[in-house]
Design a protein around this ligand. Structure first.
Ligand SMILES: [Zn+2]
Length: 365
């Protein structure tokens, strides 16, 4: 039987109003928005071979894994596109508790093709993990945030995941969506300042799905430290290679990267809209950190999801990722993180994401 697990989120989700966290004991999902995972806490960046070792352990329990997947409704033989459907009641109830009422969006053939394109750009490791762990994908109308990744777990601690995505992003480019998201940090009612983002020919769905999928890979591989399932337990702040020298804890960067402007943005708990006249100042501060976007500066799990997404798009798919601060039509600052030494210093930490993982175990039928 599925059980509830209560986690304290590391950050709010992909923009817009803060999403609620789960609180009811009977809830089967909890919001990963941000991120927590189960399992052994490894204090090092796990490599694909380490994953293989884990999977070998699971191999001995393949029948058990099979049983959990069957019980929770995941068919690993279905491709990801076949896992799209109406949002499960457990996902809808998370929104209802916040007084919201999103409705399921039925995808057109063209929109299903867009989703297939989003899955096609995932690295093999992401694909392997999602095949075994991503149970369900839904698209919602009237959803306040961009996406919601939640964990559905069982007493055997083999977590599966559901992803809900705002349907309106199906018709946006990544550049349009990112401009909208980062701009949402600023009060632009009276100003000449604005943002412009350039992310090549990537769709918003490709960007967002890669970001969400990276949360799931993080949950399984623990690229960022695990938080305890019970908020009353002190968080484990032992650093991993990705967070060492960058994050003090789940939401606090080390002193060197602490900036009052960045700490005040609305992607952080208690954050507020920043006057748009401070746009240049805020992105200058961001440029002194290893974070690729304002959202990535909000928590270490979002740092990883944003960093890996931008790394994959720029270094593997050869797309640009640049954010310009404009005063009228004039560019007054270019945020070009992939050309920043401090950002590039983490490139080597991305290599484990590209090591191939042997086929996951399957139980004999
Ligand atoms: Zn995220």
């Amino acid at each position: 039987m599925t059980i509830a697990r209560q986690y304290q989120p590391e950050s709010t989700f992909l923009s817009e109003p803060t999403m609620p966290t789960t609180t009811r004991r009977e809830q089967q999902h909890h919001v990963l928005c941000c991120f927590f995972c189960l399992g052994i806490n490894l204090s090092f960046l796990i490599t694909a071979m380490d994953l293989y070792a884990q999977e070998k352990v699971h191999h001995a329990e393949a029948h058990e894994v099979n049983s959990i997947q069957r019980q929770l409704g995941l068919d690993p033989h279905k491709n990801l596109t076949e896992r799209i459907g109406d949002a499960p009641e457990s996902v809808l109830s998370i929104f209802r508790e916040a007084g919201l009422s999103p409705s399921s969006h039925l995808l057109t053939d063209d929109e299903r093709q867009k989703f297939a394109e989003a899955t096609a750009i995932l690295p093999p490791l992401h694909q392997s993990i999602l095949k075994q762990r991503l149970r369900h994908i839904s698209f919602l109308n009237n959803m306040p945030n961009t996406a919601l990744t939640s964990m559905v777990t069982s007493s055997e601690s083999y977590p599966l995941f559901d992803i809900a995505i705002r349907a309106s992003i199906l018709h946006q480019s990544a550049s349009e969506w990112m401009t909208e998201k980062e701009s949402s940090c600023f009060d632009r009612r009276v100003t000449t300042f604005s943002l412009r983002t350039e992310i090549g020919n990537i769709t918003a769905l490709q960007y967002v799905f890669l970001h969400e999928a990276t949360h799931i890979v993080d949950a399984i591989c623990q690229v960022t430290p695990t938080l305890p399932p019970d908020p009353s337990i002190p968080p484990n702040n032992s650093a991993t290679p990705f967070t060492a020298g960058v994050w003090e804890d789940a939401r606090t960067p080390i002193n060197r990267y602490l900036d009052q402007g960045l700490l005040s943005i609305r992607f952080r708990q208690g954050g507020k809209l920043v006057d748009a006249s401070k746009m240049k100042e805020i992105y200058e501060a961001l440029g002194r950190t290893p974070f690729v976007s304002l959202y990535g500066s909000s928590a270490r799990t979002e740092d990883l999801a944003e960093y890996f997404t931008v790394y994959h798009l720029t270094q593997k798919l050869k797309q640009p990722f640049r954010i310009s601060v404009l005063d009228g039509d004039r560019e007054v600052l270019l945020h070009d993180p992939m050309n920043s030494e401090i950002v590039r210093a983490r490139f080597t930490l991305m290599s484990p994401f590209y090591e191939s993982m042997p086929s996951p175990p399957t139980a004999d039928k």
